[in-house]
Design a protein around this ligand. Structure first.
Ligand SMILES: [Zn+2]
Length: 284
């Protein structure tokens, strides 16, 4: 559990000292329409995708547990309500934190490994577990949308999926996309840097040029944003590996990356962290 929290805390909003009772008290859930029945909700933690329509409400990821009521209120505001279906892009708590609440009345769906990893958490509430899991991909039919969940192996973790709303022409990338930010690759959860890049390049080769892209973190994006972010990930990863091979120290490399890519740091994932991830990946 300790490691999970260390992964999650950096994704919290900047607000909050240790004494503050509820670091989520000031968090507002803001919704914007992306296309057709599909919305993006921002609060704290991973961006939420939502489809609201005649069949009810479906969401992609659900942020942190203390935000569950606010998320449901935001869905109410869109004319929806408590979600019937909850799709998890991966197991991290800033994307699955409200599972235990949402799962009381909805069905949670994910890749097999999301359930495995949540079961590995001590005393994880049963209502938060995915009831339907899949291996490679799954089709969901809801609100006149053909929704495809595609598993991306060994990238951000070993249990990630992207969620592609084919009719609305929107894709939720989960944490394979930190928009214009250094990525987080969870090596301890079966992630890998090259796998991450290969996964995103596969998605880029599949989706139409005019698709709208919901990132795991950061503002709503398009395909070009996804391609540009991935190009920077590749360029900086190559630079870091080359410098490490030449015997440069991590601090020195991080300072150089920081100088060239200052605006790519966000929260916990600064240039130093990105260098550490590359080092951990090399030592895998
Ligand atoms: Zn994540």
């Amino acid at each position: 559990m300790k490691r999970l929290f260390s992964v999650l805390l950096f994704l919290l909003p900047a607000a909050g000292t240790a004494e503050e009772a509820d670091p989520f008290a000031e968090v507002e859930i803001k919704a914007q329409q992306v296309s057709g029945s599909v919305y993006m909700l921002e609060g704290a933690g991973g961006n939420i995708g939502a489809s609201v329509g005649a069949d009810g409400t479906l969401i992609v990821d659900d942020q942190f547990a203390p935000l569950a009521d606010k998320i449901i209120a935001a869905l109410d505001g869109l004319g929806g309500g408590r979600p019937k279906l909850i799709l998890n892009t991966h197991w991290h708590g800033d994307h699955t934190g409200s599972n235990p609440e949402m799962g009381k009345t909805g069905t949670i769906i994910s890749h097999d490994n999301v359930r495995v990893r949540l079961l590995g958490e001590a005393d994880y509430p049963r209502s938060g577990l995915p009831l339907v899991t899949f291996g490679d991909n799954l089709n969901v039919h809801f609100n006149n949308e053909d929704i495809v969940l595609l598993h991306l192996p060994g990238g951000h973790t070993d249990g990630d999926s992207v969620v592609w709303f084919k009719s609305a022409n929107v894709i939720h990338m989960g944490d394979h996309f930190f928009n214009h930010r250094f990525p987080y690759v969870d090596i301890a959860s079966g992630g890998s840097v090259d796998g991450f890049v290969a996964n995103v390049e596969k998605v880029l080769s599949m989706v139409p040029d005019d698709i709208k892209v919901i990132p795991g973190h950061g503002p709503l994006a398009d395909k070009e944003d996804l391609a540009n972010t991935t190009a920077t990930i590749k360029a900086t990863a190559a630079m870091i590996r080359e410098r490490l091979a030449d015997g440069a120290g991590a601090d020195e490399i991080a300072a150089d990356i920081e100088a060239e890519y200052a605006e790519w740091a966000s929260g916990f994932i600064n240039a130093s962290r990105w260098v550490q991830i590359i080092q951990a990946d090399l030592n895998r």
